[in-house]
Design a protein around this ligand. Sequence first.
Ligand code: OSB
Ligand code: MG
Length: 377
Amino acid sequence: MPITRESAPVTVDGFELRVLHLPLVSPFTTSFGTESVREVMVVRALTADGDGWGEIVTQAAPLYSSEYTESAWDVATRWLIPSLLERRTIAGEQVGGILEPFKGHRMVKAGLELAVLDAGLRAEGRSFAEYLGAERDRVPSGVSVGIQESPAALVETVAGYLEQGYVRIKIKIKPGRDVADTAAVREAFGTIPLQVDANSAYTLADIEMLAELDAFDLLLIEQPLQEDDIVDHATLAGRVRTPICLDESIVSHKATLDALALGAASIINIKAGRVGGYLEAVRIHDTCRAAGIPVWCGGMLETGIGRAANAALAALPGFTLPGDISASDRFYTQDIVTEPAVLEDGHVRVPTGPGLGVEVDLAALGAVTVAREVVRA
Ligand code: OSB
Ligand code: MG
């Protein structure tokens, strides 16, 4: 039986948008580039009954998906926020429908929906985890490791994370930095839970190379081909033994149904931002669970706001693989919440307080804010 989720409607007086620059503890390199500062946006729903917070997980450049900071800012201020303020009194569950006429911009929609949900749930004194249907009070913590200078440097970096207790390692790969890097980690650490993420850096012309990864008993290979290459992923899945997991391609519940129908993936990475919100994420979870398809919670280097929401989502029963939900200090020396996520015995705790269950540290937030605007009703 699907659970009916209903949060309290709130009367929204306005939305505050901020662009943040958070220095990373070390540069993060993927097949599409290197980040040293995380540029991200947060949104605050201003209501008479208290505020709600959401995170818009766009990056500075449209390299992971087509969304980026300025596109998010523009569509939010020009179209999405005005359409929500026109309704004025809204429940979180209504946000998706109100914003549906506007194509794409899913990360922005997700952040706005989360802010409204958080405001309503805080007013009710109810946790986001309980609302979503969480069944665990902590979730296993995996870490996503960027491409390093060399395979030897990668082994050293991974050793540090294993020492801290991370229960699963994901390494980023790209053409020329794939088989040797994977082999080095496998050789150094034996049978640890290990997976790779290509961020769409390959094509079907690389089948032979991708098949070489079969030798390493990986949990999965994440998004080897382009976002649009659903049929090619199905072809690849028939030619390699390593399970194919999709990230970038899964932009909605419907995209999930199509990918599964075509046999393009046997595991799904769920990111609420990529699919337009936590409620769409739960729909994907429900479908995959019913179909026996394992899912795990991906990450976008979230601040304490999005990280708390991800921990709640990952506590749903179908999340049977460890997610990219690391401790805050894997990326940041100073987070924007008063109690950032910490690693405890390889796990991150699911917050239990009202709403997201984290308090925003306004001084810390102010210190990393580079742009701010309030759009009022
Ligand atoms: O592909 O999963 C990805 C970060 C930014 C954009 C895309 C991805 C990632 C990560 C980091 O792998 C996951 C995390 O937040 O720890
Ligand atoms: Mg990925």
